[in-house]
Design a protein around this ligand. Sequence first.
Ligand SMILES: *Cc1c(COP(=O)(O)O)cnc(C)c1O
Length: 398
Amino acid sequence: MTEFDWSDVAAETRAIRTGHRRGPEDEHSIPIFATSSYVFADAEQAALRFTGKQEGNIYSRFTNPTVAAFQERLASLEGGERCLAFSSGMAAIMAVGMALLKAGDHVLCSRSVFGNTVLAFQNYFGKFGVAVDFAALTDLDAWAAAIRPNTRFLFVETPSNPLMEIADIAALAEIAHRNGSLLVVDNVFCTPVLQQPLALGADLVVHSTTKYIDGQGRCVGGAVAGGAELMDKDLYPYLRTGGACMSPFNAWVFLGGLETLALRMRAHCENAFALALWLEQRNGVKAVHYPGLPSHAQHELAKRQQKYFGGVVSFELDGGQAEAWRFIDAMQWLSVTANLGDVKTTITHPATTTHGRLSAEQRAQTGIKDGLVRISVGLENVEDIKADLARGFAAAGF
Ligand SMILES: *Cc1c(COP(=O)(O)O)cnc(C)c1O
């Protein structure tokens, strides 16, 4: 039987139907293949598999049917020819660096990326002779000015955390490609449901599947998606040798996550938008950072580049750390945690947690004020979320 061609099928359908090839037990739900290795028919087949002359399973560090199903499904949603799964989002980012960089190379990174991403380039790749510079996410001239002949790739996260600034992916791809460099986009905040960087010109997409793709805060995982050449030639051999692979159990959880991702993202975005509008009207709020608001500096770009505006809202309280902490401590059930992308709403104070390791000067440069509060809006009833936040406003004195 020839395989069904999924290319004309909508993303919501592919998120549910692709990746699983039913086995001899006729199972409806994909099994967890809890096996480290596979048995070959004979010595010749073993030799053919190991040398890559015959496709098939070899060893679960780099071939596992549950993990492969997840990879195939996420590749389809990102519009990439290939996807590889890793043990965490950071393992995926390290894999991109290990596979692509060599001593003497340069990386041009957004100033507003995940803290450990900064440390990966600065401390670890820096140790092996890779130089890194940082550019302001929305300043295209700064990117064009800082790129060098030896810049191997540009690295961005959009929207940024926690200020929800938007990078122009197509424009950055053009700056990169004109220079013979690549563009790598961290698509954690949007997921392929809201934004497909590869279609906008990016060369690789990285994910922490820990966030929205799981969606219920259970498992840690990561992924890289992109075109066949880069993925087969550079990323796959690195995964095989580097070994930071995804476990079949986690892949099984993430496969389920992908099945409801489109529905969940829509609901996250609706709740976040309602909350952003509500926050804008409150006394004691100096600014609300949400790309769906016409007051957002890249509102038009967000409308063009994303399907909806995302599930994270941050706002600046009229006050400093003391007010922000009193606000957060008044929550009765919003979770005080730095995680995001969960069905549970989470609240955090970036200046003393996720961005606490930056110097005061670096925080000022990236606009992380002491009164800033970030909310990853969950799927509880939005009126209930507002009621908990109202307790925060009262406690902070507004
Ligand atoms: C969490 C996160 C990462 C790192 O992912 P882990 O799965 O925690 O290793 C990278 N980028 C962004 C934007 C994240 O939110």
